[in-house]
Design a protein around this ligand. Sequence first.
Ligand code: PFF
Length: 457
Amino acid sequence: MAAARAHWGSKFGFVMAAAGSAVGLGNLWKFPYITWENNGGAFVLVYLAAVVVLGMPIMMAEILVGRRAQLSSVPAFEKLGNKGWSTVGWLGVVAGAVILSYYMVIAGWSIKSFIQCMGWSISGYEAPTKDAFGQFLANGPLQIGLTAIFTVATAVIVFRGIGGGIEAATKIMMPILVLIMLYLVATSLTMDGRDQALAMIFNPDFSKLPASGVLMAVGQAFFSLSLGLGAMVAYGSYISKKESIFGSALWVVILDTSFALLACIAMFTIIYSVPGLDERISGSTVGMLFITLPDLFYTQMPGGIILAPLFFILVAFAALSSTISLGEVVTSLMIDKRGWSRHKATIVCASIIFVGSILAGLSLGAVGPLSNFEIFEGKAGVLSTLDHLAANWLLPLGGLGTTIFVGWYLGKKDTLEELGLTRGTIPFHVWLWCLRIVAPVAIIALLVAVIAGWDFS
Ligand code: PFF
C-alpha cells in the first residue's frame, strides 16, 4: 500500500485540500457564535494563543506521523508505535463519527439558506421575522430532509475515493470563497457598527471569560484546524517528501484563522449596525451565520442578489470538503482494519451517522425530550451535547495523545528527518518544547480545571 500511495499534485494542492478540511462550518458558523456568547476579546485572544501554541505544533506532528508512516491514522500509530498507541487513532474515529452526526445537520442549513436566497434574489428581500429561525429549527422533517441531502452527497464522494476530484474542486472553490469573504468584510466595514464590532473582537476583558470558555477556545482551535482525530495524519500521508511540513502547516493555519476572524468582523458589524438584528439572533445565536449575512447582501451590497446565493453554495461546499475529510477518517479505517469494501464501509458508516443526525436534527425544538436535557452546563439537547463532547473533550484528548506520541515516544531521528530540520537548531527546539511540555501541560491543566469546576473570572 505504501509504495503505491498517490501524492498531492503540488504543495498548493495539499494546502487547498487541508484548508478545505479545516475551513468549514467551524469558521463560518461556530467561531462567530461562540465568540459572541463568550463576549469576544479575551476569548479571541485565548483562541489565537491556542492556535499558535497548540494548533501549529500539533498540526505539524499529525502531518509528520502520516507522511512518515505513509498510512492513515490508526495503522500509522500502530506502525510507528504499537497496538496500544493505535488507541489514539480509534479515539479520533469516534470523535469523527460524533462530529459528523451533528455537522451534517448544520450543513443542511446552508442548503436552506441557498434556496431562500434564490427566492429573495428573484422576488425581492423581505427581512424574516424574529421567530423565523427558531421555527425553522423546530421543523423536524425539514431538518431531517436537509441532513439527508448532505449525508448522501458526502457518502457519494467518499465512496468514489478521495482522489476523485477533491483536490481539483477545492483548488477552485477555496479562492472564490476567499474573495467573497473579503468583499463581505470590506462592505461591512463601511457600516456604523464597525468600531463597536472591532472593539468587541479585539479588546480583551478577562473578567468576562470563565474556565469553561477557555476550554471552549482551546477545543475550537482543535475543531477548526481539524486536529485531534487523525484527519491531518491521513492528509499528511499524501504530501510529497519534498514539501516542507512547517510551510504547509503554516499556510493552513493562517488561512483557517483568517477565515474565522473575517467571519466575526463581518457578522458582528452587521449585528451592531442593523437595528433589531441583535434581538433576532438572541433567541438562536447558533443561527448567526444564516441570520446576519442575508441582511448585508440584500441591503448594503452592490451585486448582493447574485453573491448571496453564491455565498451559501460556497458555505455548503466548505462544509462538504470538511464532511468528506471526516467521512474519510471513519470509513478508511473500516476498510483498512476490518477489511470491508469501500462500498460496504461507506454505507454502514453513513447509516450509523445518519441515525445520530436524526437525533441531533430533532433536538432543536422538534422533540422536547431530545431538546431539553442537559449533561454539560448550558448545553441543552443532543446537538449541543455532541458538539461539546467532541470539540471540548475528545479532540483535546486526541491531540494530547498525539503530542505525547510524537514528542516523547517517536525518536528524534524520525522527527528531524521528516521536518527537514537540524538537531540543535532553535526552530526544532521551540517545536519540540511546545509538543513535549507546553501542549500536554496546557491540555491536562485545562481539562482538570474544568472537571474541578474552577472559574478564572
Ligand atoms: N475543521 C472543520 C471546520 O472548522 O468546520 C471541522 C472538522 C473537519 C473537524 C474535519 C475535524 C475534522 F477532522
